[in-house]
Design a protein around this ligand. Structure first.
Ligand code: PLP
Length: 402
């Protein structure tokens, strides 16, 4: 516990949970109502249709009162059967956790990817998926699972290219995509990209606290769920989709988080999805300019798939990134994302998602720059200045009060 209250707000700059806007916090404080009453049904219908616009789908989106991990399990358990062979792609720590879950559920995941750290610096190589599926002559692979925005590294993947790869191989496997940290920050198109199940969560681009998560589905996924044999009860889509038709759930939903979701959808659609994506891209570019000016390396090694959500910053050889994060936390009351799995201690992650704007990014980068110096790291130059220059260069895309 803190024995004093530090001045100002805690600066939460991890790549989710992202800071929750005051508007959303206020919406959450409305009284909890009867989840079988008429007022609730109206709220349910509004959020269920609103969230479809965010996923860019006209098909059902299931909302669970659970963290993203629950929605991962729902995606697998609704569509697959014990012993099913699934092709998963290693982009980083979260892809690895999803694969572990598949094993725990009794599936047979095959992990595809580039060797070592290399695979954690680039997105999904769709040609590897295509080649593997072409080899699978008797269609033993039932699903392809990929992470759209790998939160552990700051690398996105081209989902349209994965769809094309599956089609080019003429393979019937389902396409399951995790965009837990991508949704409402990075462009995402569930229907257009032919995704069968998209998994997402509340605490990233949607700017909500943790606690609800999503499965956007396709008709093909719904058909698969009718014969899939993995045990499921709480996660089962059938009854939820049926009751959702009138705005209700088979159990007690997370009412106050649904108020928050309603507010979030209003904010995002009010700004316009394309404007939201452009704002994230502009901030991410400025963040990378800072990293480059410091003389440090961005974790993502492929400019085509830089994440608009977060930037992974590699610390120089021999510098423990967790020590840098600790200095920054203790001195500036700012949280940065830790390195996970294979990257442990070798990088930190800067979140620039949700309600992030020019000034929150600049404050974050100032905290990083001061903290890196306090940690004794010799910087090549000022990242803060470079970021301001980058923002000015992209001034045309800057949002403006009217
Ligand atoms: N997948 C990705 C890409 C994530 O970023 C996260 C959480 O950060 C998860 C899955 C797990 O979600 P949760 O922690 O909400 O269960």
């Amino acid at each position: 516990t803190l024995d004093f209250h530090p001045a100002g707000r805690h600066f939460l700059q991890i790549p989710g949970p992202s800071p929750v806007p005051d508007r959303i916090l206020r919406a959450m404080s409305y009284p909890t109502i009867d989840h079988r009453g008429p007022e609730f049904g109206a709220l349910g219908l509004k959020v269920l249709s609103g969230i479809q616009k965010i996923f860019k789908t006209t098909q059902p989106v299931i909302i669970y009162p659970a963290s993203g991990t629950g929605a991962w399990e729902a995606a697998l358990s609704n569509t697959l059967s014990p012993g099913d062979h699934v092709l998963m792609y290693e982009t980083g720590h979260f892809a690895t956790l999803w694969k572990k879950m598949a094993e725990a559920l009794g599936l047979k995941p095959e992990f595809l990817g580039l060797p070592g750290i290399e695979g954690w610096r680039r997105g999904v190589q769709a040609d590897m998926i295509e080649a593997r599926l072409r080899d699978d002559k008797n269609h033993s692979i039932k699903a392809v699972c990929v992470v759209h925005n790998e939160t552990s590294t700051g690398v996105t993947s081209n989902i349209a290219a994965v769809r094309k790869a599956i089609d080019a191989a003429g393979h019937p496997a389902l396409l399951l995509v995790d965009t837990i940290s991508g949704l409402a920050s990075a462009d995402y198109r569930h229907d257009e990209w032919g995704v069968d199940v998209t998994v997402s969560g509340s605490q990233k681009g949607l700017m909500l606290p943790p606690g609800i998560s999503f499965n956007a589905v396709s008709q093909k996924a719904i058909e698969a769920s009718k014969t899939a044999k993995l045990p499921r009860a709480f996660w089962g889509w059938g009854e939820i989709i049926e009751m959702n038709k009138t705005g209700y759930w088979p159990y007690t939903p997370n009412t106050n988080l649904l108020y928050a979701l309603h507010e979030s959808i209003e904010m995002i659609l009010g700004e316009g999805l394309d404007n939201v994506f452009a704002r994230h891209q502009r901030l991410a570019a400025a963040c990378r300019a800072a990293v480059q000016a410091w003389g440090l390396e961005v974790q993502c090694a492929d400019a085509a798939v830089y994440s608009p959500v977060l930037t992974g910053v590699m610390t120089p050889e021999g510098v423990d990134a967790d020590v840098v994060r600790k200095v920054i936390y203790e001195r500036f009351n700012m949280s940065l994302g830790a390195a996970l799995g294979k990257m442990k201690g070798r990088m930190f992650r800067i979140g620039h998602l949700g309600e992030a704007n020019d000034l929150t990014l600049m404050a974050t980068l100032a905290g990083c720059e001061m903290g890196l110096k306090l940690a004794g790291i010799k910087l090549a130059g000022s990242g803060v200045t470079a970021a301001m220059e980058s923002l000015a260069t992209n001034e045309q895309q800057a949002p403006r009060l009217k």
